[in-house]
Design a protein around this ligand. Structure first.
Ligand code: PLP
Length: 406
């Protein structure tokens, strides 16, 4: 089926506006993506028609909201091909998912002298939790380096694995460099050493087909708001055997079976990890977003975005004074770059006045900036609704900026 970009764009109301008198070009999708009307409607429908707290109510509205919430879990399960629906835990986002594993898995399985492996291209959300754990437990963080193109050095990774390694935590797609990491291979190597792997999929689920069973991931984390869904909702997938073995992280309502002052019996999965009133509206909105992605087709989206990446890279490479950071062979649709002698913030501010929204700064990946000895980059990240014509607007804007500064 042909990719109907006009139909897709028509589904995203926010795109059809002018900023500073110029048509909006939204290239800040890596930070958060825009929402289709169906997601906005689904959220509004909950509040208009069925809003009621989930799980504990016997009345009509509560059972309807509960059904919708649990159906959202099934939709996530199918979307990532989890083995069981109780392996899908709703959290507030990727950061919360990673922190849950850090506290819960870390509490049970990480001890003094143990090691955790991450990579040098992680988002701060997949660095700082592990630093805190290491500090708390007297464990050590080991770092997989990457080359000038932004590709992980797998031979170095293999050398880091040892009987001390308790977990590998790695991003699927780098938000700054765009690198699609070979997570399946990384997991296979870890499993050969009996080490579980957490994958930070914040930048992956909406760009490429994710099958957690095929990857054999032990944990997989992602956020709703980057995947065309609402903010404040995310997913932690975990293999049953790990989730069963791990203690609850947050405690309170819903995660219990019985409570007496002498003893509390925890609830079954997935509720053991969903203390308090869950963001059921967010989960229902996320399910709608995943349905939207599925209706367009993940492969179609990947193809469209690969076309944008190729076109955008070629176009930007025409600019002599522009350097791209991240040239991995396997790359998702984000381009980080700098213009010679022009600060990234200045580029971002002027592009904004031309209607182009990009992100500037270190993108929560300071170690990547340190590796390249820069303070930040300009990042244009593309989504399913972006077009080559919009890339032309970016290109013309950059030419204008160079002229202004020359
Ligand atoms: N990991 C990666 C690779 C990201 O790009 C981000 C957000 O930019 C996160 C984690 C954190 O996601 P959130 O802020 O939704 O928890």
């Amino acid at each position: 089926m042909a990719y109907d970009i006009q139909k897709i764009r028509a589904d995203f109301p926010i795109l059809h506006q002018n900023v500073y008198g110029k048509p909006l070009v939204y290239f800040d999708n890596g930070a958060t993506s825009q929402k289709p009307q169906s997601v906005i409607d689904a959220i509004s429908k909950v509040y208009k028609e069925i809003n009621s707290n989930i799980h504990r109510g016997v009345h009509y509205l509560s059972t309807r909201t509960t059904d919708k919430y649990e159906n959202a879990r099934k939709i996530v399960k199918e979307f990532i091909n989890a083995g069981h629906f109780h392996e899908v835990i709703f959290t507030s986002g990727t950061t919360a998912s990673i922190n849950s594993v850090m506290y819960s898995f870390g509490e049970k399985f990480v001890n003094k002298g143990d090691e955790i492996i991450i990579s040098a291209m992680e988002h701060h959300s997949n660095i700082v939790p592990w630093q805190i754990l290491c500090e708390r437990k007297g464990a050590k963080l080991q770092i997989i380096p990457f080359n000038e193109n932004g590709e992980l050095l797998l031979n170095e990774y293999e050398k880091l694995l040892s009987e001390k390694t308790k977990l590998v935590a790695i991003n699927h797609v780098s938000n700054t460099l765009g690198t699609i990491n070979p997570v399946k291979e990384i997991i296979k190597i870890a499993h050969r050493n009996d080490v579980p792997v957490l994958v930070d999929g914040a930048q992956a689920v909406h760009h490429t087909k994710v099958d957690v069973q095929d990857l054999d991931a032990d944990f997989y984390a992602f956020s709703g708001h980057k995947a065309y869904g609402p903010t404040g909702i995310g997913v932690l997938y975990g293999k049953e055997k790990w989730l069963e073995a791990m203690p609850p992280f947050l405690s309170g309502g819903d995660m219990i079976k019985t409570v007496t002052f002498e003893k509390t019996v925890y609830n079954d999965l997935p509720f053991k990890f969903e203390a308090g009133t869950a963001n059921f509206v967010g989960a229902i909105g996320l399910a709608e977003a995943l349905k939207y992605i599925t209706s367009v087709g993940t492969e179609n989206i990947s193809l469209h975005e690969a076309g944008l990446l190729e076109y955008g890279t070629k176009k930007l490479e025409e600019i002599a004074d522009l350097k791209i950071y991240g040239n991995a062979r396997n790359k998702a649709s984000a381009i980080s770059f700098l213009l010679k002698n022009i600060h990234h913030s200045d580029v971002g501010i002027i592009l904004d006045k031309l209607g182009v929204a990009v992100r500037t700064g270190n993108h929560c990946t300071q170690p990547i900036m340190d590796k390249f000895d820069i303070s930040g980059t300009v990042r244009a990240s593309f989504a399913m609704y972006n077009t080559k014509e919009e890339i032309d607007v970016l290109f013309d804007g950059l030419k204008k900026i160079i002229e202004m500064f020359s």
